[in-house]
Ligand binder design. Structure first.
Ligand SMILES: Nc1ncnc2c1ncn2[C@@H]1O[C@H](COP(=O)(O)OP(=O)(O)OP(=O)(O)O)[C@@H](O)[C@H]1O
Length: 298
């Protein structure tokens, strides 16, 4: 569904250049539900905006659902955004209209694309648990309910890919669980590929695969140890306390030409700066602080 290789995004303003993505690789399979984590400024939103067609990449390859987003024409980009992707933000303000009802809000993008389908709009609101509130005005709904309306809107164009940027950033734990369950249903029952960007490791723990971004590159990948373990089992087993490591195994990402990112803490702990020694003992690759020549000759 998503294939990025060597993806680069450079922001230029006046004479300052910020390299937000510096050759990022990422593959997401059709029907997957996965999360992207990373510190503030690591490039998560930049990546999501590229994938959503909201911003253009500077270089590299990025292909989503058969569209080459580097070469795509402006008119094709409109079609891509209309038919292929749905977007959910932390801040609903961007796509909700406060004085319209929940139902009218869901119908709005359908109207704009000339494909009004009231029955489907109602079905979507039922799907996100708002059957009884569909005629309430947006401003009469709680933050969590508004977020669920936003999810219904993001599905109104029947996308193949749903992108969510910190979708539970401003809601409580119970609402956050409810939202994650909606994503899980959307993924399982509608077969939509779901990519969630988050800071929240408990949230990330609820998906099968997590990719960590550091300094504009994918650095670590976490895979669920037992993919058959479902959400209910994880929650009953006290998963909420455990975070990501309890259910997932961490792997360092090695790109096509063999590059990998070594965590800064590891480098500092063994005093590596600028260069390192690397040895292969037939079984393991050992990276250490550089040995001095005298030591080698001793
Ligand atoms: N429009 C822009 N112009 C200039 N620099 C930008 C722009 N957007 C993002 N950046 C820079 O690119 C880098 C990556 O930003 P990005 O918003 O993608 O990070 P993030 O991981 O989503 O962070 P956060 O979790 O805080 O949202 C940062 O250094 C940021 O300052």
């Amino acid at each position: 569904m998503i294939y990025c290789e060597g993806l680069v995004k450079i922001f230029k303003s006046d004479d300052i250049e910020v390299v937000a993505l510096q050759g990022l690789n990422l593959t997401v399979n059709q029907g997957e539900m996965m999360a992207i984590i990373g510190n503030s400024g690591s490039g998560k939103s930049t990546l999501l905006n590229m994938l959503g067609g909201l911003d253009r990449p500077s270089a590299g390859q990025v292909n989503v659902g058969g569209w080459d987003l580097l070469k795509i024409r402006d008119d094709q980009l409109v079609e891509y955004k209309r038919n292929t992707v749905g977007f959910v933000w932390q801040n609903n303000g961007r796509n909700l209209l406060p004085y319209l009802s929940a139902l009218e809000n869901v119908e709005m993008p359908m109207l704009l694309s000339g494909k009004l389908d009231r029955a489907y709009a109602k079905q979507l609101l039922e799907w996100v648990g708002l059957k009884d509130r569909m005629h309430s005005k947006l401003h009469q709904l709680s933050g969590g309910e508004q977020q669920r309306v936003a999810i219904a809107i993001s599905l109104s164009n029947r996308p193949k890919l749903l992108l969510a940027d910190e979708p539970t950033g401003s809601v409580d734990t119970a609402t956050s669980d409810q939202i994650m369950n909606i994503f899980r249903n959307v993924n399982r029952e509608l077969g939509i590929t779901v990519v969630i960007v988050t800071h929240d490791l408990t949230l990330a723990g609820k998906v099968d695969r997590v990719v960590a971004i550091r300094d504009g590159l994918t650095s670590t990948e976490f895979l669920k140890r037992n993919p058959n373990l479902d959400l209910a089992t994880m929650e009953n087993g006290g998963f909420h306390q455990g975070g990501l490591q309890e259910v997932h195994e961490a792997f360092v990402v090695v790109d096509r030409v063999g590059r990998l990112q070594v965590p800064k803490e590891y480098l500092e702990a063994v005093g590596i700066q600028g260069r390192a020694s690397m040895e292969f003992d037939g079984d393991k690759i050992v990276i250490t602080a550089p040995k001095s020549l005298e030591e080698e000759n001793a």
